[in-house]
Design a protein around this ligand. Structure first.
Ligand code: SAH
Length: 369
């Protein structure tokens, strides 16, 4: 579907797309003190302003110049859903008419946001709604940051964001160039100041890019979506595995731990009758033996077009217990926002289908062998 102009980027940049250094330079080149940059960023990241006029300690003339040169929140909110557990999900329309999703999850002591990095995805995980329409394009740094800034503005007065997970639509490692500056603004004190340890980047497992993330020298958490204990099965579940293979991914994960000191999480979507047997749990335990690893089991979130379902609760518990009995720490992910299809990619897919009922998703077929 073609709903907008062809350019992927809005004509005017988002103000927060500039790094602190870039904003200092901009202020100086416009005859203003560089210290104004920190002031402006405090309004954006700390004080939840929605307009230039709310930046009270910034002189009116500078606010005027900023408003002429930059934009703040150009995306349109197509839908805003609130689940019974107070999980909130935004479907945003970008300047070229593309849609992305982002989610705010609340727990007693945590407020976590889940962000997208691409429009669609090219990795080809057969159980995932995000990849069903293929990859359209990467998100810009500003488009990634607009998601977290908007979700932060859904919080009430003294509520603060505590964690970020890059687990929305897209493969973060395929868009590291635009993601890394966004992560800087999330972790740095002059931005959200969350600290790298509160940020988790989830990847299908692209070894070279995993190394690049380690080279930033920041302690981001890395989650690797494994989903199978051997290449034969992983090749079928995660198409891109045919180009990488599990050993190269584990090598890169080991290096990540060695460089950052952060224990790597391995995500494993449990698909009934596919990758959830006791033998497969044992095989997974063997694969991860002697590694500083943690396994996060994710019961399959149903997608209407797909033939996969989550295992029964006893089978899920058994899989988890086998891992633990073999010395691999494992947890089962709690489901948040179940009543609003909060699993990323689902809402976007549904909307596309409403607009174009003829649409046939790429992987809405039986699993190839
Ligand atoms: N491209 C990244 C981020 C994807 S989303 C990655 O592959 O890690 C985060 C996690 O949700 C991934 O582990 C992904 O495989 C998983 N996931 C995708 N579709 C799912 C579904 N229908 N049910 C449960 N988990 C799913």
């Amino acid at each position: 579907m073609d709903t907008g102009p062809l350019s992927a980027e809005p004509p005017i940049r988002r103000l927060y797309e500039l790094s602190l250094a870039e904003l200092v330079a901009w202020c100086e080149s416009h005859g203003e003190g560089g210290y104004r940059a920190r002031q402006i960023r405090r309004w954006l990241f700390g004080k939840r302003v929605n307009s230039f006029d709310e930046m009270h300690d910034v002189p009116a003339a500078l606010r005027q110049k900023l408003a002429e040169a930059f934009t703040l929140f150009p995306a349109r909110v197509v839908s805003h859903q609130v689940a019974r557990d107070r999980t909130e999900k935004l479907l945003l329309e970008l300047s070229d008419g593309e849609w992305i999703e982002c989610v705010l999850m609340r727990e007693t002591s945590r407020r976590t946001v889940c962000l997208s990095t691409q429009v669609g995805c090219a990795m080809g995980c057969v159980f995932c709604a995000s990849g069903m329409l293929g990859l359209k394009r990467n998100l810009s740094t500003g488009e990634i940051l607009e998601q977290i800034l908007r979700l932060d503005r859904l919080l009430t007065g003294d509520e603060r964001l505590t964690n970020v997970v890059i687990m929305g639509i897209g493969e973060p490692m395929a868009n590291l160039k635009n993601l890394l500056p966004a992560l800087d603004s999330m972790s740095d004190p002059g931005g959200f100041g969350l600290g790298a340890r509160r940020i988790t980047v989830s990847t299908v497992g692209l070894p070279d890019q995993m190394r690049k993330l380690a080279e930033t020298g920041k302690q981001y958490n890395l989650a690797v979506s494994l989903h199978a204990p051997n290449d034969e099965l992983r090749d079928r579940l995660v198409k891109v595995n045919r180009n990488t293979g599990i050993p190269a991914i584990l090598d890169a994960a080991d290096e990540y731990f060695a460089k950052t000191g952060r224990r790597v999480t391995f995500e494993y979507v449990l698909l009934s009758g596919m990758n959830d047997s006791a033998e497969q749990a044992l095989e997974l335990a063997e694969l991860l033996r002697n590694r500083e690893a943690h396994v996060n089991l994710i019961p399959m979130n149903g997608v209407t077009e797909l033939p996969f379902v989550e295992p029964t609760a006893p089978r899920t518990r058994e899989f988890c217990s086998i891992l633990e009995a073999h010395g691999i720490p494992a947890t089962v992910r709690k489901r948040k926002g179940a009543d609003i299809d909060a699993a990323c990619g689902q809402l976007r897919l549904q909307r596309h289908q409403q607009v174009n009922p003829e649409l046939v998703p790429l992987n809405a077929t039986k699993l190839e062998s």
